[in-house]
Design a protein around this ligand. Structure first.
Ligand SMILES: C[S@@+](CC[C@H](N)C(=O)[O-])C[C@H]1O[C@@H](n2cnc3c(N)ncnc32)[C@H](O)[C@@H]1O
Length: 254
């Protein structure tokens, strides 16, 4: 039987790799890397660094393939994402089918944790449901960008006994659910930053968390939004890509 490991590697700092992940890395015979356009070099380099740093027996193989590109022109967001996942499932099936021998262990190194805004688990479930390939799989959790954000800003996510909403920049523009005053926002192209600008809101913003390029800004949203927008555009120009996450907390309304 083949085994596939989905290993959460943390959101940017090799020190985020857990002891459980180190054990899993040392069990793998083959690592599958999917490149992702502009971010490719930095993200793949971190994966290489992690393999070099934590794996004792250097006889492992790395198979690198181009990742599928999401069609941003798709009629709606969900159908675009579903088509993208189908393309990914085809690539994963080929990798597991052709690059992994019976009895071998293959690993996908998942940014942050596989449970949070990541398609890997769904893609693997889809392949299993199709029934064309037989393999076992395990998930090893990692430190998410949300945890990195809270740690770097030295904050707790939730006020005492209160909920925290995790969402995307696009969905934040639809407003927060009733009774929710704290939101963590991911996958924002910048459009969500001003969604709550007319309210009394604090922001804790972080880009490239856990990496040497990390940038942190915090304060009243109204007062720091311009500095954040400027940092976003400068950093994007400098590096060619940006990954940022932020927490918004509004004063509960009476
Ligand atoms: C596709 S999601 C993957 C999330 C990942 N699975 C996790 O556990 O954090 C990518 C989004 O995560 C956030 N993100 C991931 N790594 C980050 C980092 N090092 N610094 C800031 N945000 C990050 C950004 O909001 C980015 O748009």
């Amino acid at each position: 039987m083949k085994t596939v490991l989905l290993i959460g590697i943390g959101a940017g700092n090799p020190d985020y790799v857990t002891m459980q992940a180190v054990k899993a890395l040392n069990e793998a015979d083959v690592f599958f890397f999917l490149d992702k356009g502009q971010e490719k070099e930095d993200l793949i380099n971190l994966r290489r660094t992690i393999c070099e740093r934590f794996i004792e027996d250097k006889s492992y193989r790395i198979v690198e393939v181009p990742g599928p590109v999401r069609d941003v022109e798709a009629p709606d967001y969900k159908s675009g994402v579903q088509a993208w996942h189908r393309d990914k499932a085809k690539i994963f099936s080929d990798l597991i089918g052709n690059e992994l021998a019976d009895g071998e262990v293959g690993a996908f190194l998942v940014w942050g944790d596989p449970s949070l805004y990541d398609s890997t688990v769904r893609v693997i479930e889809h392949i299993i449901a199709e029934g064309l390939l037989a393999f076992e799989y395990k998930i090893i959790p990692g430190i998410t960008s949300v945890q990195a954000l809270a740690a770097e800003h030295k904050i707790a996510l939730n006020p005492i006994g209160e909920p925290v909403h995790i969402t995307t920049g696009r969905r934040l523009n639809e407003g927060l659910p009733d009774g929710v005053d704290t939101a963590v926002v991911m996958l924002d192209n910048g459009s969500g930053l001003r969604a709550l600008i007319d309210e009394d809101v604090d922001i804790f913003w972080g880009a490239y968390l856990g990496t040497p390029d990390q940038v942190l800004i915090s304060g009243k949203l109204k007062e720091c939004v311009e500095a954040i927008e400027e940092a976003r555009s400068e950093e994007r120009k400098r590096k060619g890509w940006i990954m940022d996450t932020y927490l918004l907390r509004r004063k509960p309304r009476p």
